[in-house]
Design a protein around this ligand. Structure first.
Ligand SMILES: C[S@@+](CC[C@H](N)C(=O)[O-])C[C@H]1O[C@@H](n2cnc3c(N)ncnc32)[C@H](O)[C@@H]1O
Length: 329
């Protein structure tokens, strides 16, 4: 990150050019350096609760809402119009519902002054306060380290960084002391916007994602089974494979641990014209394992949307699908 100096000139009466002012351009621009600085801290410390005092147009909050570790984001600004105008851009959009986060996230914007104390800002892991005042930190029991981005031009080092940044760390001793005396009903700020994001912690979204992924995995296994069947019959003019590995030759690359977990689980099987995929097999696949590693929980969540065998141990689908011929399967 560097500053670039440009000289502006002014022509005066006798055609002599005199320097007008020096402009310093930063690459990347300072505002981006500021936000990158905060993003690096979030990467490093993975805070759950983050507040931005003097959040302005909420740009930083919009950048931070994609971080999976953050579960609560709060912005405070003294300019209510700014908050109302930008608030809507913080609502979840369709993609957030199609691919919910792992953890809940709520975003709240408060109209108020950072120098007032509001108990709803207690206990935050990270408070950013870009281009605002020191005693706010003391008020909430934090120590501050000052740093910044944008090196000053040569000769002006004494003024410090172009953007000065304070890193607020919770002072555990003081926080414990103040927890005894702190009041949790001091609500000074006015909430002007709040949004809750869909996440896999909410059962209805977990169910939706799970049903979708189970159906996708079962269909993928059914097609693979049919293809192997056809290959075995020589209908595609291909020799049957020598080993019966159940892994596709394309798609996600599994780690050795994942491969072992899949290999050690019961295989899909056919009975009559039905194709069965044991739930224990399904929970072994990495994506499903991450969403729902427990076979019983999976059964209870997909039960009313997906057809299960009579003992509930496997998903059952028709072996042949009307559209299979389209894909020459
Ligand atoms: C220079 S802007 C910085 C905005 C944002 N932090 C950023 O870096 O892009 C300062 C913001 O602080 C807000 N502000 C000023 N004094 C404040 C106070 N006492 N409490 C809360 N917000 C304040 C202003 O309304 C403005 O939106």
């Amino acid at each position: 990150m560097e500053g670039e100096k440009a000289q502006c000139t002014n022509v005066i009466g006798n055609n002599r050019e005199v320097p007008k002012e020096r402009i310093i351009k930063f690459k990347p621009p300072l505002y981006r350096q500021r936000y990158q600085f905060v993003k690096d801290i979030v990467d490093q410390h993975e805070p759950k609760k983050v507040a931005d005092l003097g959040c302005g147009d909420t740009s930083l909050i919009r950048l931070l809402k994609v971080y999976p570790c953050i579960e609560e984001l709060v912005g405070v600004d003294i300019d209510e119009d700014k908050l109302r105008w930008r608030g809507d851009q913080l609502s979840p959009f369709m993609g957030d519902f199609l691919k919910p986060r792992d953890l809940d996230l709520t975003i709240t914007l408060y109209h108020g002054s950072a120098v007032e104390r509001d108990s709803r800002l207690l206990g935050f892991d990270l408070i950013t306060c870009i281009e605002l005042a020191l005693f706010v930190a003391n008020r909430y029991g934090y120590s501050v380290e000052f740093t910044g981005v944008g090196d000053p031009p040569a000769g002006a080092e004494s003024v410090g960084f172009c953007t000065q940044i304070g890193i607020f760390r919770k002072n555990e001793e003081r926080a414990a002391e103040s927890r005894v005396s702190e009041r949790h009903d001091e609500h000074v700020y006015k909430a002007v916007f709040t949004a809750s994001y869909p996440s896999l912690q909410q059962e209805r979204f977990l169910r939706l994602v799970l049903v979708n992924e189970v159906s996708r995995q079962v269909e993928s296994l059914r097609l693979k089974h049919l293809r192997r069947l056809r290959e075995g019959e020589g209908l595609l003019g291909i020799q049957p494979p020598e080993n019966d590995s159940n892994f596709p030759s394309f798609g996600p690359a599994f780690t050795d641990v994942e491969k072992a977990r899949i290999e050690n689980s019961p295989k899909p099987f056919v009975a009559g014209r039905k194709f069965f995929v044991p739930l224990r097999r399904l929970v072994a696949y990495p994506k499903l394992h991450r969403i729902c590693p427990n076979e019983d929980v999976m059964r209870s969540l997909v039960d009313d949307c997906i057809s299960l065998s009579s003992d509930g141990s496997a998903v059952v689908v028709d072996l042949h699908d009307h559209y299979d011929y389209l894909f020459e399967i």
